[in-house]
Design a protein around this ligand. Structure first.
Ligand SMILES: [Zn+2]
Length: 432
């Protein structure tokens, strides 16, 4: 007799990031994402505090900011925490995309447990591992997941479908079981370079029993100016041409499509982009050509002589490097979704103070990786699930489900029965 399917949310409940969903049935377990809790606000591990090198997982477990899941992690990483180590032979992990708030704990997974992700995500994680120091823990046993190709795991059948996000390889998942179906969006948007991927995912999981969706943009304070990725490219390009002096930029290197566009636009504007050494190592390892770094590129004398021929990528770990640059009249700082990431980042205030002190005009030219509230509603209407559960948002209660869909606000650590969850969305039918 089957004991049904249990679902628990081990992270992402009332917070942006930290996504982790556990599905269990008769001892078989599927983990959807294994995200890191990104320290914000008053979190104990915000800068300058940090977990100790090599013991990050154990420190996080002690502080209650990593999931206490038995049988998953490497023995050395959980020693002394009281948590049983892996590998549990009936557990498997699926990663939606290569952002730390979804993949950040995957390096701690025991090599005896398979970790599935899109080939593009694995390629990115391997490039990051070569450039170091992220990801923590080491390299797990990656298995490439073909889009649309189902994986059977005990009573579960898991299929990954591409969605558009600000990192290549992002996927949403559909998990089918005899007790019902569950879809998980990962992170997605409709205003990026590949909206058709998100639209296709929404059609493919239409009518699913339970939809777990990200809701980043429901969070208060995330009402930034709206641009498509193409508009970001165009506006940055205009600044590269129109700025008489040096352009300093903060771009997130894992948005490799935007990085490629920046290098090309800079070339057209007669400029060379100079990357911090570690970022440059990652970009080269990932396969981006024409990556210039400080250790192999121009020296400061050259940049002071010709500030109009360069774009310098900002290094948030070394604010004082700005003091070496020619930042007189004619220079600008473009913030294009790089680090520090935004007001929720503990380094944001410090960053603002530096920019002000150096009298650098700050241009915010970015576009979020997440669907707007309006686009989220559109995707929900297409999927039309029986039940929707918002995670990865500070304000899950701001999600208003379409007619015919029941919203369930998740509780961290609570175990839900999948069949009962699906039934809770059938109240309208019971009335008939
Ligand atoms: Zn993401």
């Amino acid at each position: 007799m089957s004991s049904g399917v249990q679902v628990s949310f081990l992270g992402g409940v009332g917070v942006i990031g930290s996504s982790k969903i556990l599905m269990e049935s008769d001892g078989w377990r599927v983990l959807l994402d294994l995200g890191l809790d990104i320290p914000a606000g008053t979190d104990l591990l915000r800068v300058p505090a940090a977990p100790r090198a090599g013991r990050e997982l154990a420190d996080r477990l002690r502080l209650g900011v990593a999931p206490k899941v038995e049988g998953v992690f490497r023995a050395s990483s959980v020693a002394g925490t009281g948590l049983g180590a892996g590998p549990d032979p009936k557990t498997v992990v699926f990663i939606s995309h290569a952002h730390l708030d979804h993949v950040g704990l995957a390096g701690w997974v025991d090599p005896g447990i398979g970790v599935y992700a899109a080939e593009e995500s694995i390629r990115m994680m391997r490039a990051l591992a070569v450039a170091g120091p992220v990801p923590e823990g080491g390299v797990p046993t990656w298995h490439p997941l073909q889009p649309g190709g189902p994986v059977s795991w005990g009573p579960f059948t898991i299929t990954g479908y591409p969605v558009d996000h600000d990192v290549p390889g992002a996927m949403g998942f559909l998990v089918r079981t005899e007790a019902g179906s569950l879809a998980y969006t990962g992170d997605f948007r409709l205003h990026g370079r590949h909206p058709e991927q998100t639209e296709s995912f929404a059609r493919l999981v239409h009518g699913v029993d339970v939809l777990v969706t990200e809701g980043t943009m429901l969070s208060a304070g995330f009402t930034s100016a709206w641009r498509t990725e193409n508009q970001v490219d165009e506006q940055i390009s205009q600044e590269l041409i129109g700025t008489p002096g040096l352009v300093v930029i903060s771009m997130y290197p894992r948005n490799v499509e935007r990085v490629r566009a920046l290098i090309a636009e800079a070339g057209e504007a007669g400029r060379i982009v100079v990357w911090p050494d570690a970022m440059g190592r990652f970009l080269r390892e990932y396969g981006i050509s024409e990556v210039v770094t400080w250790d192999q590129g121009p020296d400061l004398v050259e940049i002071h002589a010709h500030p109009d021929r360069y774009v310098v990528q900002f290094d948030a770990t070394d604010m004082a490097h700005l003091l070496d640059l020619p930042l007189g009249p004619g220079a600008v700082f473009i913030h294009a979704n790089g680090e520090p990431l935004g007001a929720f980042d503990p380094r944001w205030e410090l960053f603002q103070a530096w920019i002000e002190r150096l009298r650098l005009p700050l241009l915010m030219i970015g576009s979020p990786g997440h669907a707007s509230h309006h686009d989220l509603d559109r995707v929900l209407a297409t999927i039309s699930p029986r039940v929707v559960i918002p995670i990865h948002t500070a304000d899950p209660a701001r999600l208003l489900p379409p007619i015919g869909t029941t919203r369930v606000l998740p509780e961290r650590g609570r175990t839900y029965d999948l069949a009962a969850l699906g039934r809770s969305g059938r109240a309208d039918e019971a009335v008939r």
